[in-house]
Design a protein around this ligand. Structure first.
Ligand code: GLN
Length: 541
């Protein structure tokens, strides 16, 4: 029998449900169980692909090309598994299929309703994931906060799942904030009590409550939460603030959460094997050095816009014993105040991430130029890769007015141009070049030394590419295209071998980076930043 664990959140969003979900998965995984995790997003968008990262955080890209909520990234990193796009269920998808079926006449004249038709579709989707993945335990995290109107059909669906799957096979975990009053230092449980009541009103009695608090909650607070939540004290846990997010599963398990879940779900007891995970946590929390990175982007005000990139840099840092300190710099600042570019001298590395549209691009190009001319380690991802080509075309190949047609309609030199297959596309949803594609690596290059292979699979999300008409002139001036698509139609990696470290990729390595297994381009970049800072010769890898 498959076990289903449902995670809801209370009081406010961003309370760390995604991390608790990932941590619960980890606790079960280290006990030998196969797990998968689903994120349910009550918004009406069909997927996260059309959402602004500045408001909602990064769009995570799965191996099969899904554009999903960033929590799938946390599940993948914590559980070291690749998830398919079906693991992100949205209201948009649910309604789309219910309405399609209605139009086909599948409901045979019946009135189509939220209960049972929409809720049935939600349950069907959760069970499809369970069947396809073949795991022992399916975790389902409900986005938003209990009490949101749009979340109601999802909560109703998971409520019904207990009736259908049985008490021993279902478990409800509620995660809610316990604030500490600044003036008195008191831990307040009232908001949590209210959100538990809200959940009960819908018909769900939580089995476990996780209090999110700055500090470990006191015995008295545990007693209070248990009493008002109608659960035993041993079912109350606390996710308190720790030096690194990767420590959360350890602190929850120390409180007995893994054991409690197994007991409650009748899962045979087995000793948790934490060694590898703990080793990584110790490594990331005890660095010898600090590497300072300037991230020059467009969504600098919200670090969640770059969460996979942040983590990929940290994974790389952990392997070289370095703490990663990132300054998020709005690229436009270099346009408004040209002298500001010199502040980039203070950094060990310059990083230009993904992006869309014209805003801030001239500032990013200035930053890339600064990195190249001052030989500061540089990593460019996707838009960062494309803009590195623009910079090189303008300033090395002397192609005045070189640009991307995403930025300027008819530049003098369209070195970055829309991919031919994109020209007819007008529909915005899920139409970019998405997901994992093979990349052929040229031997004897930095890319080959980093990846140690001539064939890799990396994830993509783009519409533009390097214009083949300019390949020759770029190469004549020293650009090395060390990664190509298998049909040799598309450039995937651009490097400058004479530089200390200058590397850019059309693909997004960050989506495949895992704790203890950093993605090579990120590892290479961080290692180069550190070695240069320590005055060492260029790393050979
Ligand atoms: N805007 C660029 C494109 O669509 C880059 C996309 C990205 O950085 N993910 O090709």
């Amino acid at each position: 029998m498959v076990k289903y664990i449902f995670i809801t959140g209370g009081v406010l969003s961003s309370v760390g449900k995604g991390i608790v979900t990932s941590s619960v998965g980890k606790m079960l995984q280290v006990r030998g169980y196969d797990v998968t995790a689903i994120k349910v997003d009550p918004y009406v968008n069909v997927d996260a692909g059309t959402m602004n990262p500045y408001i909602h955080g990064e769009v995570f890209v799965t191996e099969d090309g899904g554009e999903t909520d960033l929590d799938l990234g946390w599940y993948e990193r914590f559980l070291n598994i690749n998830l398919p796009k079906e693991n992100n269920i949205t209201t948009g998808q649910v309604y789309q299929s219910v309405i399609d079926r209605e139009r086909r006449g599948d409901f045979l004249g019946r009135c189509v309703q939220i209960i049972p038709h929409v809720t049935n579709e939600i349950k069907r989707r959760i069970r499809v994931v369970s069947e396809k993945s073949g795991v022992d335990i399916v975790l389902t995290e409900c986005g938003g906060t209990v009490g949101d109107i749009e979340g109601l059909p999802f909560l109703e669906a998971i409520r019904q799942m207990r009736l259908e799957e049985g008490y021993d096979n279902t478990l409800y975990i509620h995660v809610a904030l316990v604030p500490i009053l600044e003036v008195t230092g008191e831990m307040k449980t009232k908001p949590l009590q209210h959100s538990v009541n809200e959940l009960r009103r819908i018909g769900i009695q939580p089995d476990i409550i996780v209090a999110r608090c700055k500090e470990m909650i006191t015995e008295e607070v545990i007693r209070k939460i248990a009493l008002f939540g109608t659960i035993p004290e041993e079912a109350v846990f606390c996710s308190y603030t720790v030096p690194s997010i990767y420590r959360v599963p350890l602190i929850l398990d120390e409180q007995g959460m893994g054991e409690y879940i197994c007991r409650r779900l009748n899962l045979p007891h087995s000793k948790p094997l934490w060694e590898d995970w703990r080793m990584f946590v110790e490594k990331i929390e005890n660095p010898r050095y600090t590497v300072r990175i300037a991230l020059v982007g467009k969504y600098a005000g919200l670090t969640d816009s770059y969460v996979s990139m942040n983590e990929a840099l940290r994974h790389g840092g952990a392997e070289c014993g370095a703490r990663i300190s990132i300054d998020y710099i709005e690229a436009e600042e270099f346009e408004e105040n040209p002298d500001k570019i010199n502040t980039l001298k203070e950094y060990d590395g310059i990083f230009v991430p993904y992006g869309f549209g014209p805003r801030g691009t001239e500032g990013k190009i200035k930053a890339i130029n600064f990195a190249r001319e001052n030989d500061i380690p540089f990593l460019g991802i996707c838009y960062g890769f494309q803009l590195a080509i623009v910079e090189f075309a303008r300033n090395v190949c002397n192609l005045k007015g070189a640009n991307s047609t995403e930025i300027e309609q008819e530049p003098a030199h369209p070195v970055i141009d829309l991919m031919p297959e994109q020209r007819e596309i007008t529909y915005k949803g899920a139409t970019m070049r998405l997901g994992a594609h093979k990349v052929i690596i040229r031997e004897g290059t930095l890319a080959h030394r980093l990846y140690g292979s001539t064939e890799i699979y990396e994830r993509h999300r783009h519409r533009w590419e390097v214009n083949p008409k300019y390949w020759e002139i770029l190469q004549e001036h020293g650009a090395v295209f060390s990664g190509m698509s298998p049909d040799h139609r598309r450039i995937e990696i651009f490097e400058l071998p004479e530089k200390y470290f200058f590397f850019a990729s059309q693909f997004h390595g960050e989506f495949k980076s895992r704790p203890g297994k950093p993605e090579p381009e990120y590892y290479g970049f961080v290692k180069a930043c550190l070695d240069r800072k320590l005055g060492k010769p260029r790393p050979e890898f």
